[in-house]
Design a protein. Structure first.
Length: 196
């Protein structure tokens, strides 16, 4: 019975499941081991499992392995549709002081920000595989690319700003509020004056 419940849970989670989700459902961990032995489940990281015939959702896997990161910058631009450039390496932001050694081993472009600004603009988006990941919202993403403009391709920054200004989802009040908190409001105003 528990094996069937586990199979149903995995199906509900788009072919992925964590040890925590299994135990929260009252299913014993031994059923994970049974499914692995039967070849119906593979371990992709600490406490993370997926069905073998499911395409790997790398964004989802990265976030499940590293809970303290948020997809940002070029990756967030792509996920929000502000650029059509699919990232070669995913960009993530972490709170200052977080050990980035393992993350760099995963070939991620890392950015850090003080803890008081880390949660600003968190939102969830669905990956192309139907899994939810944490990413910065449109306005925070624009602030991030302005803040990191010297580390990014100038053409990408300009394209993203033009697309944001023309996007019906934009919220200029929220954008300026974030920019003020991140102390980049004057720089952002200069960019917006050219575009608006």
């Amino acid at each position: 019975m528990s094996k069937q419940r586990l199979a149903k849970l995995i199906e509900q989670k788009n072919g992925y499941v964590t040890t925590k989700e299994v135990t929260e459902e009252g299913i014993h961990r031994e059923y994970l081991t049974l499914l692995i032995e039967e070849g119906k489940l593979i371990r992709t990281g600490p406490g993370l499992y997926q069905v073998p015939n499911v395409w790997e959702d790398r964004l989802f896997n990265i976030q499940k392995k590293k809970k303290h990161l948020v997809f940002s910058h070029g990756t967030a631009l792509f996920l929000h549709g502000l650029t059509d450039r699919e990232p070669i390496e995913y960009s993530v932001t972490l709170p200052t002081g977080y050990n980035t050694t393992q993350i760099k081993n995963d070939q991620l472009k890392t950015y850090t920000i003080k803890k008081s600004l880390f949660d600003l603009g968190h939102t969830q988006l669905e990956t192309s595989y139907g899994n939810m990941i944490i990413v910065y919202d449109l306005e925070r993403t624009i602030c991030d690319i302005i803040r990191s403009r010297n580390r990014l391709d100038k053409q990408l920054v300009n394209e993203a700003l033009k697309n944001y200004v023309n996007d019906t989802r934009r919220d200029l009040v929220k954008l300026m509020s974030y920019a003020k908190e991140m102390q980049i409001d004057n720089i952002l105003k200069t960019y917006l004056e050219i575009l608006l």
